[in-house]
Design a protein around this ligand. Structure first.
Ligand SMILES: Cc1ncc(COP(=O)(O)O)c(C=O)c1O
Length: 460
């Protein structure tokens, strides 16, 4: 039976060590809405919060500029084109990506879909990906399968959730070296928070693979320098970095691999010439080839402001801050025990914080070792206006590993169902699925962490 928190169990000043004058002031100036509305936001990996000044800057721009649809020479069109191109240059500079094209997309999934649709998979191809991947990367296997190529999942280790490199190297060695082979992995897991080894990029390329780096969960709190690591394709969502606007991401494509992507149709804005009489066309020779139709020209300029905002704080500073917060929370949660000595919390993945970002994935247990339902945690946290996330986070591979669900069990489930849902699958398998994800960010303070820990203590 879960009780509500009693005052004597509440702890104060648990997280004094993470107090920081700079970030406290930043919270007051840019994120005052949190305290004004008494919200504890701990879902930064789901979506970052936007600073007040960013919205104000965008509003000022819109109210003081006449924007026309780009791709024309009239003054308002030219103004929009100039700002979009300035923004594109800023994105490339931010990631030190002078060897890349920046293609604006609706989000990271839109970037990943371009790679899936356009990568020249054949029946000889191998699509190799880690079990730790977002569904928008998993989904690319459908494009490979359609061309009769093979998909190989490489496991992550049960104990630390790092990529099993022995298995990975075996799969690389088995691929046909003369085929179009693609390797995809997340720079940071959106579930475990683990930062995977970027050296794998070079290794895969030496083995003849093209590399798709899903950087969506990594770049909000870590520097990605594309002059050092040069994956062939990189997916990003900007709202994850600075919260506003939603609906804009990008695909960075190494210039040397641009022509390898084969566009399967054409649309307005992607061609230099189209003939109806001869049914011929010429595609544009740069990023425009993959930006179908009218881009979000009213809002794309805000991306430049957002990146400048991050630079004004410093991505290394953000990285350090988030690491400190996540480690403090991790250490505190680890100490929580029932009276009989059993742990209340299990946090998945390595304890080495050099390999971790700002999100923690965990489950909670009662004094008999029974799993406390996610719905209970959701209810308790929501009552205190705390936003965390529960479920599989669009990353079923990590969940299958954490909950020790085998390939045979999943095959059995799918063979016996035409369709299904989460709860019903748990019943069929007689297993738990899902976890709680807590993620910290630039506006997180010691009180946020304390409020969350106090709720967790209340279930003891
Ligand atoms: C690692 C990772 N990849 C891809 C995505 C998909 O991003 P979006 O939903 O913005 O397309 C996410 C979103 O949570 C993510 O965390």
């Amino acid at each position: 039976m879960i009780q509500t928190i009693s005052p004597e169990k509440q702890s104060k000043n648990l997280f004094l060590g993470v107090k920081d004058v700079f970030f406290e002031q930043l919270r007051r100036i840019e994120y005052s809405i949190l305290d004004n509305q008494n919200q504890v936001y701990l879902d930064y990996t789901g979506g970052n919060l936007f600073p007040k000044s960013l919205v104000q800057k965008h509003q000022d721009l819109l109210l003081n500029t006449v924007f026309g649809n780009p791709h024309s020479v009239n003054p308002t069109s030219q103004r929009a084109t100039d700002l979009v191109e300035e923004t594109r240059a800023k994105v490339l500079q931010f990631f030190n990506a002078q060897d890349y094209y920046c293609i604006f997309t609706p989000n990271a999934s839109g970037a990943l879909k371009i790679v899936g649709e356009s990568y020249p998979f054949t029946c000889k191809s191998s699509y190799v990906l880690t079990a730790d991947n977002h569904n928008s990367v998993n989904g690319i296997r459908e494009f490979c399968r359609k061309q009769l190529g093979d998909t190989h999942y490489v496991p992550v280790n049960q104990d630390d959730l790092l990529i099993n490199t022995d298995a990975l190297f075996d799969v690389f060695n088995q691929a046909k070296p003369d085929a179009n082979n693609l390797f995809a992995f997340p720079a940071q897991s959106n579930v475990s928070g683990i930062k995977h080894d970027l050296e794998l990029i070079k290794y895969a390329q030496q083995k003849g693979f093209d590399v798709l780096l899903d950087a969506a969960a990594f770049v909000p709190t870590s520097r990605l320098d594309l002059s050092i690591y040069q994956p062939d394709f990189v997916s990003i969502s900007f709202y994850k970095i600075f919260g506003y606007p939603t609906g804009i991401g990008c695909l960075l494509v190494h210039k040397s691999k641009f022509d390898k992507l084969k566009k399967s149709w054409f649309a307005g804005g992607t061609v230099t010439l189209v003939s109806v009489a001869s049914q011929k066309k010429f595609l544009t020779n740069n990023h425009e080839r993959f930006e179908d139709g009218t881009i979000n020209y009213n809002t794309i300029p805000t991306i430049k402001f957002g990146l400048e905002y991050i630079e004004s704080i410093g991505i290394e500073r953000i990285s350090k801050r988030v690491n400190l917060l996540a480690k403090a929370l991790f250490d505190e949660l680890k100490t929580l025990k029932h009276d009989n000595g059993r742990s209340l919390v299990k946090i998945y993945g390595t304890e080495n914080f050099e390999k971790r970002g700002g999100n923690l994935c965990m489950n909670f247990y009662d004094k008999n070792g029974g799993n406390i339902p996610l719905k209970t945690i959701e209810k308790l946290t929501s009552e205190k206006q705390i936003s965390i996330r529960t479920g599989c986070f669009c990353n079923p591979g990590i969940d299958e590993i954490n909950n020790q669900i085998s390939q045979a069990e999943m095959n059995d489930y799918f063979m016996n169902h035409e369709n299904g849902n989460y709860d019903e699958m748990c019943q069929f398998l007689q297993k738990n699925r899902g976890a709680v994800r807590v993620s910290v960010g630039v506006a997180t303070n010691s009180e946020d962490l304390e409020k969350f820990v106090n709720v967790i203590k209340s279930i003891k």
